[in-house]
Write a protein that binds this ligand. Structure first.
Ligand code: EPZ
Length: 416
């Protein structure tokens, strides 16, 4: 089991370039199945979830080459329509391959996806979107079999603005006959990035970021080149890390408006923030003060993925900070571990109440999910002494070489 060791108690100092977005690159890799030639995807982060997507593409018969942060995918040799259960279980995003495989071959066989344990994560909205486009879906014994000799445009109405269901609907609709309208879609920046990529593949798609997405399907054209947007949750995590440790951190290569809700929260905690066109700098002099309640919501609201790192940053803020989690039922998995470092947090249902403590101490803790693991690292930076974060593989699903990144900012951190 991998361990990330982090020594806290000294301020961070330095500049860091924000990695490419995990939650953009994964659906874009699935979308590359729809191309008529080779696509080159740049700014891909080096993460275990990206490795899983490469394995899925290769299993399907695609030729995949990786050079640094670029991944080239040629789907012309695709000769399978299934994803083995062992790959499905590795990550939640495996499910967005469903719409793309179905659109490409008229058939898809897979099983239920794995991913972070954040409470129930159904895929009913994904399946009903595909059914609306004409797919026949059979779910028996944990298997999902989708068939559609011809997909047809339709009206997809999402009861909640699910990111993955929006992506699956966009992927399937891009090869359906006629127009598809997706009502109440997710508005996250990753949806606009997928729209940009699909346009490069010749799909007539518009509306991402708004209340309705329109997709007019068409046949595959050639390949495309695309640069993935920077990861707004990673950027948000670095802001929280600076608040926890104190010091000065500059983030470069980011899109500040994508994580403005988090920047406002760290400003309220007491950080001095300077926003540039593609950079954000923070200067943090402790002590911090508690902030108004933080309630997670779909974009452009406060992101659920940034809530655990912000909670970790608020552990030593004077006063009481309340968090309300509205997206996932079980997002407080890291709280018991944070308590081992001396945190005072009480959880009741979807609410967590953080009472600021004067100091935290290093401890041996266990990550149980990706952002909870990141929260433990953020807290460790503000704790006296050394912390050992077991289960660091969770962190590597979303953060590229976190030990090296922390060293760049002057922290003592290593992975073993
Ligand atoms: C995406 O997950 C992200 N993952 C998650 O990032 C993120 O936490 C989440 O969106 C919310 O922003 C990727 O993009 C790969 P949803 P997704 O479908 O698509 C309910 C991270 O740490 N729902 O928008 O799985 C669901 O239960 C992660 O990087 C249904 O009820 O999230 C949840 O309450 C983890 N039925 C809500 O919608 C469905 O069919 C939002 O989930 C689908 C979802």
């Amino acid at each position: 089991m991998k361990i990330l060791s982090v020594e806290g108690g000294r301020p961070l100092e330095g500049s860091i370039r924000v990695q490419g977005s995990k939650n953009s690159v994964l659906p874009i890799m699935a979308a590359s199945l729809l191309a008529g030639g080779e696509t080159v995807i740049r700014n891909c982060p080096d993460l275990s979830d990206v490795d899983v997507s490469v394995r899925i593409l290769r299993h399907l018969g695609c030729a995949v080459r990786r050079e640094g942060g670029a991944i080239a995918v040629d789907p012309r040799g695709m000769d399978r329509s299934d994803i083995p259960d062992c790959l499905m279980r590795e990550m939640r995003s495996s499910v967005v391959f469903m719409g793309a495989i179905l659109a490409r071959t008229g058939f898809a066989r897979l099983s239920y996806p794995g991913g972070c344990e954040l409470g129930p994560r159904p895929i009913d909205l994904h399946l009903s979107a595909l059914r609306e486009l004409g797919a026949e879906i059979d779910e028996t014994g944990g298997r999902i079999i989708c068939r559609a000799a011809r997909l047809k445009g339709g009206m997809v109405r999402l009861a909640t603005p699910s990111v993955g269901a929006t992506e699956n609907a966009m992927l399937a609709a891009s090869r359906a006959e006629g127009e598809t309208l997706i009502f109440n879609p997710a508005r996250e920046p990753e949806i606009a990035d997928l729209q940009d990529f699909l346009r490069k593949l010749g799909t007539d798609v518009s509306g991402a970021g708004g209340p309705v997405i329109s997709v007019r399907g068409g046949g595959p054209t050639g390949g495309a080149e695309h640069t993935v947007i920077p990861d707004r949750i990673v950027a948000a995590t670095w802001l929280c890390a600076a608040c926890s440790a104190g010091g000065r951190v500059e983030l470069t290569g980011c899109i500040p408006e994508h994580f403005e809700s988090v920047t406002e929260a760290v400003e309220a905690l007491g950080a001095e923030v300077k926003r540039g066109a593609d950079s954000v700098s923070v200067r943090v002099k402790r002590p911090l003060r508690a902030i108004r309640p933080v309630s997670t919501a779909p974009y452009p609201g406060f992101p659920t993925d940034a809530q655990p790192p912000l909670m970790a940053a608020a552990l030593r803020a004077a006063g009481t900070t309340v968090f309300v989690e509205n997206i996932f039922e079980n997002r407080y998995g890291c709280v018991e571990e944070l308590k081992r470092m001396g945190a005072d947090v009480r959880v009741s249902g979807r609410t967590a109440i953080v009472c600021g403590v004067p100091s935290l101490h290093g401890a041996s803790v266990r990550a149980t999910d990706l952002r909870g693991g990141a929260a433990l690292a953020v807290a460790a930076l503000g704790a006296e002494g050394m912390s050992e974060i077991h289960g660091a593989a969770h962190i590597l699903r979303g953060y590229e070489r976190p030990d090296e990144a922390l060293k760049l900012l002057g922290a003592n951190a290593f992975l073993s």
